[in-house]
Design a protein around this ligand. Structure first.
Ligand code: DC
Length: 229
């Protein structure tokens, strides 16, 4: 276990690189908490879908999410994401949300709300592994250690297909590929906090590694940084 005080480990990277699973297992090994910031943007997208708000209207969605009470149930490991009292952790993985989330998360008004909430969460939960697209580049540029996960697109498609099958919601590989490629394109080319490898981040190519091997690398590198600090 490490002393959680002031520790923030960030993991960024494109869809399907295994960030969520790796972050969860790394946090468990180090005795830290974990934050999946993609689920916050997915919940915001679900709010827009359910309230039938035009997904190109960032201002209207930002207003709706201010009132929607998106938050986590921290009694669960990993924490479950809720809108009000409703656990939406499974619902937000469905294709309608996945197809719209890159458009929703590109709006500055929405990112401003989410970034502030993520920093508040880090204050309330010292000792955090946080994963997303901008955690090391924008939200926590002074994090204890910053990681960037990469993987070939074919590998990422297969992983996501396997995940959806395991969840009992199989989707064709061609639909997943289309979704991942379109999200990569939007996430990397948007004006606000585009997906970038933060300068100084430790890059881990996960294409040929099992999840346990990825977590081994992250744990070793994190412990090395923590020992030095
Ligand atoms: O990690 P994920 O696939 O659940 O993320 C869903 C979307 O949310 C992703 O396409 C881009 C966006 N996102 C973001 O813009 N910034 C983050 N910190 C996390 C996710």
């Amino acid at each position: 276990m490490v002393d959680p005080q002031g520790v923030i480990l960030t993991i960024d990277g494109p869809a399907g690189t295994g960030k969520t699973s790796a972050a969860t297992q790394l946090a468990a090994r180090l005795g830290l908490e974990v934050l999946d910031t993609g689920s916050m943007y997915r919940a915001a997208t679900l709010v827009a879908i359910e309230q039938e708000i035009d997904i190109t209207d960032g201002g209207a969605i930002a207003q709706a999410i201010e009132q929607a009470h998106i938050g986590f149930d921290w009694t669960q490991q990993p924490p479950r994401i809720c809108i009000g009292d409703r656990d939406v952790s499974d619902r937000i993985r469905e294709l309608d949300v996945s197809s719209a989330v890159s458009i929703v998360s590109a709006h500055k008004a929405i990112r401003d709300v989410m970034v502030e909430r993520q920093r508040d969460i880090a204050t309330a939960h010292p000792g955090l592994v946080t994963e997303g697209r901008d955690q090391g580049s924008v939200v926590f540029p002074n994090a204890t250690a910053r990681f960037f996960l990469a993987a070939d697109v074919g590998v990422r498609v297969k992983r996501r297909a396997h995940q959806m099958e395991e969840a009992g919601k199989p989707i064709s590989e061609s639909a997943i590929r289309e979704n991942i490629e379109s999200r990569d394109q939007i996430d990397t080319s948007r004006t606000e906090a585009p997906l970038r490898c933060p300068p100084g981040a430790i890059i881990v190519d996960t294409s040929k590694l099992s999840l346990a091997e990825v977590v081994d690398v992250l744990e070793k590198e994190s412990r090395a940084v923590l020992d030095r600090s």
